[in-house]
Design a protein around this ligand. Structure first.
Ligand SMILES: Nc1nc2c(c(=O)[nH]1)N[C@H]1C(S)=C(S)[C@@H](COP(=O)(O)OP(=O)(O)OC[C@H]3O[C@@H](n4cnc5c(=O)[nH]c(N)nc54)[C@H](O)[C@@H]3O)O[C@H]1N2
Ligand SMILES: Nc1nc2c(c(=O)[nH]1)N[C@H]1C(S)=C(S)[C@@H](COP(=O)(O)OP(=O)(O)OC[C@H]3O[C@@H](n4cnc5c(=O)[nH]c(N)nc54)[C@H](O)[C@@H]3O)O[C@H]1N2
Ligand SMILES: [Mo]
Length: 775
């Protein structure tokens, strides 16, 4: 039997600490995954469900976007994938009776853990203007209400359509068509807060915003950087790939302010010998200061040039630099070299907090490598200077010809399981003209060309009263976005908020004047429409597209699929019998698309290149891999047709005296804003989340001791934001660099503090001071 959901918020007074771990996974992970699965699903459902994860003809794990191998293990899942699945396949339910019992005021006092643990949403619900409780509403009435609000708008840009990254390709494609049919490009998504900096830097330099490596490349690389990423928690299956790479002789360098367990050592629970021995994954750990990565890569570029001047060689090349590649396939090296010359070693050392010897020996690693891959995640994308940082990563790879070569390339490791696919489908506030042209041609209408709002712009527009309707396709906007109080007020300024969700979260209680909850199917569930059982498709971090089919009976008989919800809304708006048709409506048969998702796939095939014979190719168990010109043929879809070296001014964070730079990160027991449990096992934190990890010397210098309770005050351009009652934990992190969990600390991230070019909130560099909390 599934256990009862918690009755209380997390009791932070129960917090306890143990020594941080240096090894990830192994038997404790399996035990922990099973414990959570049994609690949520009971024994039979646990086994049935977990065995179907990532299997051919099973469903795609929603834990992360890491790719599957063609030859799959019987149990192709990891501890945190199992937890993500258990959260969705839980037997607990949030019913109309639940909403009758709990007022909005009551629900607002609950924490993310409590809300998420209540279970799956079962019925569409309406919170009417001025009401204290959600009440059930019929699906048709809910669709009518949305259509009415949209048709009442004075301008299409008064609506905002958010997407989180779990939505299938089919739902995403239909959704963007609905939105563009209404006449706006206001399509902010979680990517704006996540890998947008990667996309910005990669499109500009190599002509495509996606990673250029395959699993085989990773397993055959000779040098792998893992920078700004905690795969032991967030991409555990990546550890198996790193283990293989290691066995094949790769050198692995971890670049991180924190000594993350999974990066150091790994015990593979799916490999019996591994359980006994374990693998030392990291050869060199560079404990870098927050925001020091651009300096590191500039230093590495300088080192390669010095080695070139000394007449040294990269394995397989006559020189250090790959001159043939540089001449045939790149432009802009002179500009890059000018900036490298300007960068001073003293600044590089200060910015990184590393020694010159560490940087030089990393340079030696590059000189010894015939094929280098750089992997990264949020530690590199959520700083003010993230885009230049990633441009400098690309620069270093280009020098030795490490793009479009086996075992080499860029590897931005995506978060949500279909965030990359959603972008391919057109979930983007500024899609290229070529996409619009093909969309218009397929649906015989004129899609709007003016760029829409990204996440931060959408919050500003709502704050300023310019938005009437907010629709969230999954996700938890109010908690994921920066500046929580501002975002909450922004949503309150709208006339209607609609959340299409599987589970209860704070976005259901931070509403506009009226609010709807539209409960939807999850990926584990059977999706039956008029023409029979449907499958959907997803794209992983390495551009492989494949089918996903749920097997479980839906959590309630009243759920509509995401595709059905989109098509029903569109049908009401564009063709509803009581309404006059809008001018310039896409010619699409929304009801047919809802009945048979292969019709949507036909449209996708017509609009997007790379999807030829879509339906046929997803019969293949592994699906198919989308074209990637730099990877496949060293072709670059940039203005010059070549890869671009770029010149970037060296930037780094200068922390004011008496302050710390705070990064907001994930614990082991959470999925973004969903809190699975109270522990961060690898970091030795148990039973609570309101902790701030600080370097021991900083604690003393700031006049505190380990265990003190403090308030965190963020300082930005003369404004202050507060998050109260955090316990100081003395932790191995560079001086000046602190860490605390998201989303508790989102209240500290200023809305206007965003990365240049990409607009991503600077969630990994918030300047804070500490204030003693009264005991
Ligand atoms: N179990 C689980 N899996 C997940 C998620 C989850 O919440 N839970 N979330 C999913 C999503 S959406 C995403 S985007 C990914 C996130 O995956 P990660 O990016 O691994 O997630 P974070 O916890 O934000 O960790 C950031 C890492 O970067 C390091 N870091 C911080 N600042 C810097 C810096 O300036 N330089 C360097 N070199 N390192 C730095 C931090 O110490 C930390 O190790 O995971 C996905 N998978
Ligand atoms: N301070 C700080 N803020 C951050 C970050 C950070 O590192 N620090 N990370 C950022 C990143 S990388 C990301 S990606 C965003 C994440 O932002 P979001 O994607 O908006 O947040 P999630 O917590 O993943 O969303 C969880 C909710 O999604 C719904 N859901 C789950 N599965 C499904 C499904 O299959 N269909 C539908 N329709 N709904 C579903 C459930 O109701 C659940 O409550 O947060 C960002 N915010
Ligand atoms: Mo993400």
């Amino acid at each position: 039997m599934a256990s009862k959901a918690p009755k209380q918020n997390i009791d932070e007074s129960k917090l306890s600490l143990t020594k941080p771990k240096t090894t990830a996974v192994g038997l404790p992970a399996v035990a922990n995954a099973l414990k959570i699965s049994l609690e949520q699903m009971g024994p039979l459902r646990s086994i049935q469900t977990l065995l179907a994860v990532n299997q051919v003809d099973g469903f795609d794990c929603m834990g992360c976007a890491w790719p599957e191998h063609e030859k799959r293990n019987a149990a192709e899942f990891c501890e945190n994938g199992a937890k993500a699945v258990a959260e969705e396949a839980t037997r607990r339910r949030v019913t109309p009776e639940f909403f009758a019992k709990h007022s909005i005021a009551d629900l607002k006092t609950r924490d993310d853990y409590w809300l998420g643990q209540q279970g799956r949403l079962t019925h569409p619900m309406l919170l009417d203007e001025g009401a204290t409780h959600y009440k059930p509403i019929a699906w048709d009435d809910a669709y009518e209400l949305i259509a009415q609000e949209i048709r009442d708008m004075e301008h299409p840009d008064q609506s905002v359509f958010y997407t989180s990254g779990r939505t299938s390709n089919e739902a995403a494609f239909a959704y963007q068509l609905l939105v563009r049919g209404i006449g706006t490009n206001n399509l902010p998504d979680c990517s704006n807060m996540c890998h947008e900096s990667s996309g910005s830097a990669l499109v500009e330099t190599i002509g495509i915003g996606k990673g250029s490596v395959s699993l085989t490349d990773l397993e055959t690389a000779s040098l792998i950087f893992v920078a700004g990423q905690n795969p032991g928690t967030n991409h555990p299956r990546m550890l198996s790939a790193l283990e293989k790479a290691k066995k094949n002789g790769a050198v692995i360098i971890s670049v991180n302010p924190l000594p993350e367990a999974g990066l150091l050592r790994f015990e593979n629970p799916q490999n019996i010998s591994g359980m006994v021995v374990g693998t030392q994954l990291t050869d060199d750990f560079l404990q870098i200061r927050a925001g020091g990565d651009q300096a590191l890569f500039q230093g590495l570029g300088k080192y390669l040039l010095e080695a070139e001047a000394q007449g040294r060689k990269t394995p397989g090349l006559p020189t250090v630099l790959d001159h043939e590649f540089i001449k045939d396939h790149t432009v802009g090296i002179d500009e890059y070299l000018r900036y490298l010359e300007k960068a001073e070693w003293d600044d590089i050392v200060e910015a990184t907090g590393l020694t010159l010897e560490q940087i030089k020996s990393t340079g030696e690693r590059l000189l010894a490598s015939s094929a280098t891959i750089v992997c990264w995640a949020m530690g590199l994308t959520q700083h003010k200077h993230s885009v230049p940082t990633l441009r400098d990563v690309v620069n270093v790879l280009l020098l030795q010809g490490n793009i479009g070569k086996p075992g080499a390339g860029v590897c931005p490791v995506r978060g949500h399981s279909n965030v990359q696919g959603d972008r391919t489908m057109g979930i983007f506030e500024k899609m290229p003209e070529s996409f619009h042209d093909r969309l218009d041609h397929e649906f015989q209408f004129l899609s709007p060309r003016a760029h829409g709002f990204d996440t931060v712009a959408a919050i500003r527009a709502m704050r300023d009263g310019k938005v009437r309707v907010f629709i969230g396709m999954g996700g938890n906007f109010v908690r994921a976005a920066p500046d929580s109080e501002v975002t909450e007020q922004a949503l309150a300024n709208t006339r209607l908020t609609v959340q299409i969700s599987t589970k209860l979260n704070h976005s259901h209680v931070s509403t506009g004047r009226r609010a709807l909850i539209l409960p939807t199917l999850g990926r584990t569930e059977k999706d039956t429409q008029r023409t029979g059982d449907q499958r959907v498709t997803v794209e992983d971090s390495m551009s492989a597209v494949h089918a996903s089919r749920g097997r479980l009976k839906p959590a309630s008989d009243h759920l509509h699929s995401e595709v059905a919800i989109v098509c029903n809304i569109a049908h009401k708006i564009f063709t509803g019998s009581d309404n006059l048709p809008l001018p310039n409506t896409p010619k699409a048969d929304w009801l047919a698309m809802k009945d048979d998702y292969s019709i949507i796939r036909k449209h996708i095939e017509a609009v997007l290149s790379g999807f030829e014979n879509f339906e046929e190719r997803i019969q293949n168990p592994g699906g198919f891999v989308l074209p990637h010109p730099p990877r496949d043929a060293r072709k670059f879809d940039t203005a010059s047709g070549k890869a671009h070296f770029t010149g970037n001014e060296l930037e780094f964070i200068r922390v004011p005296a008496g302050r710390l730079v705070l990064q907001t990160l994930r614990s082991h027991d959470q999925y973004n804003t969903t809190i699975y449990g109270k522990d961060d096992r690898y970091r030795g934190i148990h039973g609570g989340r309101r902790v701030v990890l600080i370097n021991a010397d900083d604690i003393t210098e700031l006049g505190f001791t380990d265990g003190d309770m403090v308030h965190l005050i963020s300082e930005f351009q003369g404004t202050e934001r507060r998050a109260e009652n955090f316990r100081i934990v003395s932790y191995s992190t560079p001086k000046g660099c602190a860490a605390a969990y998201y989303p508790e600390t989102n209240v500290l991230v200023p809305l206007d503090s965003v990365a240049d070019t990409s607009g991503t909130p600077t969630s990994k560099s918030v300047i804070v001071r500490l204030e003693r909390a009264e005991a």
